[in-house]
Ligand binder design. Structure first.
Ligand code: FAD
Length: 465
């Protein structure tokens, strides 16, 4: 008899992982602690409960990265997408769902599958040694007993209980006619690069206006149960600004050791630095800019920064209660813990963000575990696909930039290799900037689906060796 794969956590990721394993023909035991033990956010006993919004966001694979992820997951038989499609409610271009119907559909389909056993219990420590294949998908609100055990296994600093997210912009949206590349004091990094950062200069007037805007902008509230502490060293920038108008200028925006390449004689009053965030070099994070400003306000305020007037934000900042591991360091390319490869991780706890992304990593973890259990091979999805971009972010694409530099991320085009858009349309007419962006996104989507289908069909996925 084939031994089961154990999946811990019946949320978005765990439910999808269990479905993929059972669909591949391997038995699976899904351990969900509700209703025996609750979380601060879940309200029901249902699997795949949506704890907040009921939206899976834009559903257009030609123009939106999460829409592309939807399309790829549908092609791989995703339960979360099938249940979402079946329980759709009107929401314009977005896929929104009836949350109760959605959770009930996922629960019923898993309960009805002959290879799935659902056990309602908390896994209150490391899984027993005789569970030789385990997927931990316990989410942002992993129970304390399990998170303590993960912390003991992975080591201090490798498990976070809060995210502290600084915004990320795409390189192509930075105005390099204003910004310039230089490391502070031209200090060479380990790779020999003395121009590792992108610098955005501000004069005194611009700085004062920026501080005023930060102070006036609406802030998001913490939920009472989040108990998010402020650590010195990663204070939200608006909190720093509240402590004194000069604080930012002596903190993350200090201008020292930098010379404006475009105006060498002008000393900047303050400088915002961007640091490369991924190996592709497409994404750059705003150094020290973790923030609780509301998302709409962030885009408005940060576009006041010279060089970022037309910034495209691949990620906006935030500070939340969250539980996630330092995946780039801890996991291999198939989501196994290097220190104990019988354990895989999936979902938000791997450092992705969002319902769809969590389910997507569950889908991959499920496929990897099923293939391994059935003695078959499966390679990670192509890096040109949204699934490949996502797993790339958590298992290697992110560039280590010191403690806490790995932070959760939604799927976005910056995680995929860039593509050159056509300059003219079929009639030879020159395309405008917006038309080029649309064309580029469509080309990325076409390439992704083509490569993903080849990957699935060449079936490393679940074909026998
Ligand atoms: C308050 C809050 C609001 C959010 N709002 C949104 C939103 O609006 N849109 C969005 O896209 N994303 C949102 N997210 C982020 C995230 O996408 C969701 O949390 C998503 O549900 C993550 O999927 P998951 O499967 O990783 O975790 P979950 O869906 O949380 O599933 C984890 C499951 O594991 C169970 N569990 C935990 N510990 C144990 C244990 N030791 N033993 C057994 N079972 C255990 C939990 O009961 C839970 O059912 C929100 C997160 C939070 C915390």
């Amino acid at each position: 008899m084939t031994e089961p794969v154990h999946v811990v956590g019946g949320g978005l990721a765990g439910s999808e992982a269990a479905w993929q394993i059972a669909s591949a023909g391997a038995p699976v035991v899904l351990h969900e602690m509700r209703p025996v033990r609750g979380t601060d956010a879940h309200q029901t006993d249902g699997l795949a409960e949506l704890v907040c919004s009921n939206s899976f966001r834009a559903d257009d694979w030609t123009g939106n990265a999460v829409g592309l992820l939807h399309a790829e997951m549908r092609r791989l038989g995703s339960l979360i997408m099938a249940a979402g499609d079946a329980c759709q409610v009107p929401a314009g271009g977005a896929l929104a769902v009836d949350r109760e119907g959605f959770s009930q559909t996922v629960t019923a389909r898993l309960e009805a599958h002959p290879l799935v056993t659902i056990v309602r219990e908390e896994v209150a420590g490391l899984p027993p040694p005789d569970w030789d294949s385990v997927i931990l998908a316990t989410g942002p609100l992993t129970s304390p007993a399990l998170s303590d055990a993960i912390l003991a296994l992975t080591g201090e600093g490798q498990l976070s209980f809060f995210d502290a997210i600084a915004p990320i912009v795409t390189l192509e949206s930075v105005d390099m006619g204003i910004a310039w590349r230089q490391s502070r004091y031209d200090k060479e990094g380990p790779g020999g690069d003395a121009a590792a950062y992108i610098n955005c200069p501000m004069n005194r007037e611009q700085y004062e206006a920026f501080v005023d805007a930060l102070l006036a902008a609406p802030k998001a509230e913490f939920k009472a149960w989040e108990h998010v502490p402020y650590f010195d060293g990663c204070l939200p920038i608006e909190v720093m600004a509240e402590r004194g108008r000069e604080t930012l200028r002596h903190g993350p925006m200090k201008p020292v050791g930098l010379t404006n390449a475009h105006k060498p004689d002008e000393k900047a009053w303050a400088v915002v630095q961007l640091r490369q965030d991924n190996a592709l070099g497409t994404l750059w994070n705003m150094v020290g800019f973790q923030t609780k400003l509301k998302h709409g306000a962030q885009a408005e305020v940060f576009r006041m920064i010279p060089g970022l007037e037309r910034a495209v934000f691949a990620r906006l900042g935030g500070l939340h209660r969250n539980t996630f591991i330092n995946s780039p360091r801890l996991l291999d390319g198939k989501l196994r813990l290097k220190a104990d490869p019988r354990l895989r991780f999936a979902g938000q706890v791997t450092g992705v963000e969002g319902y769809v992304e969590s389910a997507a990593v569950g889908l991959l973890a499920g496929r990897f575990a099923a293939a391994e259990r059935l003695g078959r091979t499966v390679e990670p999805p192509p890096p040109t696909s949204a699934l490949g971009g996502l797993i790339g972010h958590i298992t290697g694409g992110h560039l280590e930039g010191g403690a806490g530099s790995f932070q959760p991320m939604n799927i976005n085009y910056g995680l995929l290799p860039p593509i050159e858009p056509p300059k003219r349309d079929g009639d030879g007419r020159r395309l405008g900037a917006k038309e080029k962006t649309r064309a580029r996104k469509r080309l990325i989507g076409e390439r992704a689906l083509r490569d993903l289908e080849a990957w699935a069909a060449g079936a490393p996925a679940l074909a026998a060796e």
